[in-house]
Design a protein around this ligand. Structure first.
Ligand SMILES: [Zn+2]
Length: 228
């Protein structure tokens, strides 16, 4: 019996997809992530501060293999990359939680705008946390649409995200760690922390999968030239 044409087309498309797969880190063909790139995806934590002073631990600098894998996950819909990236985030998240002496903090992802969720079909910080095997709670939601942060400088980013989030429930002093995929200036973390504090939570730290080198440089040079 001949194969119906719709199934034949679907099979051809799936085959083409598999053959078109390339390593998310180096474009080597026919693999989603090659062994050499997998070995490079290990935590290299950075200690950072947001403009408002929240301490953030980032698992890796946003560069090389990690940056390419993150772009594939965020911009090309390659959710497979979330597994090794989530593992790196999970290591640093657990280290940060271990450093907390009070109670075990809740883990809250930075919220995804409706627009981004519709475009991707998934929320990047939540996907990473799930792949890390971590429980998280959606404590924040986006209350106002803000422009794409790319292309904005540090002050413009702060203005762009101001009052753009709200807490989804009231807290009573519970400790919270905020989690995001990429930290650039830290303005997004500050807005999340502001919204949670306004609702009665105690934000103890941020954890990011990656931080842009521009941010790390700015931090390294911050003494004496710190912007107000
Ligand atoms: Zn590779």
């Amino acid at each position: 019996m001949p194969m119906p044409s719709t199934i034949r087309v679907a099979c051809a498309e799936i085959l083409a997809l598999l053959l078109a797969a390339t390593c998310a880190g180096c474009d080597q063909p026919e693999t989603m992530l090659c062994e050499a790139c997998r070995r490079q995806l290990v935590p290299a934590p950075l200690e950072l501060r947001t403009p408002a002073g929240l301490r953030v631990r980032a698992a890796v600098p946003f560069e090389a293999v990690a940056a390419r894998c993150i772009r594939r996950m965020k911009d090309s819909g390659e959710t497979m990359a979330a597994r090794p990236l989530g593992a790196v985030l999970g290591d640093v998240l657990r280290a940060e939680r271990g450093a907390q002496t009070r109670s075990r903090p809740l883990v809250a992802p930075i919220p995804t705008s409706r627009h981004s969720f519709r475009a991707r079909g998934y929320r990047v910080p939540e996907l990473l946390l799930r792949r890390a095997g971590e429980q998280s709670e959606r404590l924040l939601s986006v209350s106002r649409r803000s422009a794409d942060q790319r292309g904005l400088d540090a002050d413009q980013r702060i203005a762009n995200v101001r009052a753009s989030m709200r807490a989804r429930r009231q807290g009573s002093g519970q400790a919270v760690m905020l989690v995001d995929d990429v930290m650039t200036t830290g303005a997004t973390f500050d807005e999340g922390a502001r919204a949670l504090r306004a609702a009665g939570f105690h934000v103890v730290a941020g954890v990011a999968l990656a931080a842009t080198p521009r941010h790390s440089e700015r931090n390294a040079n911050a003494s004496g030239t710190r912007r107000k």
